[in-house]
Design a protein around this ligand. Structure first.
Ligand SMILES: N[C@@H](CCC(=O)N[C@@H](CS)C(=O)NCC(=O)O)C(=O)O
Length: 210
């Protein structure tokens, strides 16, 4: 049994952030599937671990961490990797961690959800999130033209926070060819040691359903 247990689901971008960080810092962990598709995240057994009913949850000894950003920050502290040297760097990393929530979770990720599972394209909901996603991509694309990594000139948890959504840009209805800097950064990130797919990092006999 490993010291860390990650509760998550292979379709969760937030759980993917934590799984990437564990793998890329060579931290051994056990993975427990919480099936978001059948509502296991809202069953009493899981709510005892995470009353918010969301994934990821990362358990390390007696410590239970229920927000993806906190899992990343904790693993920075535990492993000394992908973090900051001072407050200036921490703030620059924070810019992109915040960006990942403001424009990716509430933009690109929601578009993907609406397209694949929700209201579909051409609805007011879709248009609402498209505005936010377009604005976010308009910020990150030129930034990645001038910078190899999102912050501090090296891979950090800023990249870890934004990458999962990058992996499903096309599912959200975008053509990656229109965002060449973004696409090149995605390829750089995927070449880092320890990178793997969502299913590779969150394997389970029970997913995908047979
Ligand atoms: N603020 C949380 C958000 C976590 C979150 O939204 N998780 C989604 C999957 S990506 C979830 O568990 N959704 C299930 C639900 O809302 O029922 C974090 O950053 O960890």
């Amino acid at each position: 049994m490993a010291d860390y247990t990650l509760y998550g689901h292979p379709r969760s971008g937030n759980a993917y952030k934590t799984a990437l960080m564990l793998s890329m810092t060579q931290t051994a962990y056990d993975f427990e599937l919480v099936d978001l598709m059948d509502g296991s995240n809202l069953q009493p057994e899981y709510l005892k671990i995470n009353p918010m009913g969301k994934v990821p949850t990362l358990v390390h000894g007696d410590l239970v961490i229920r927000q993806s950003f906190d899992t990343l920050r904790y693993l920075v502290e535990q492993t000394g990797q992908f973090g900051w040297a001072d407050w200036e760097e921490q703030a620059r990393i924070g810019d992109w961690v915040g960006f990942s929530v403001d424009y990716l979770s509430y933009g690109v990720a929601r578009l993907r959800f609406e397209r694949l599972f929700g209201a579909g394209e051409g609805t007011d909901t879709y248009a609402h999130f498209k505005k936010s996603a377009d604005r976010g991509l308009g910020i990150i694309e030129p930034h990645l033209g001038d910078n190899e990594w999102l912050a501090c000139g090296r891979p950090t948890i800023a990249d870890m926070s934004c990458y999962p959504v990058a992996s499903f840009l096309e599912d959200a209805g975008y053509d990656e060819a229109d965002y060449p800097n973004f696409a090149a950064w995605r390829a750089r990130f995927e070449a880092l040691p320890g990178w793997d797919t969502q299913l590779g990092l969150m394997p389970s006999d029970n997913w995908p359903p047979k």
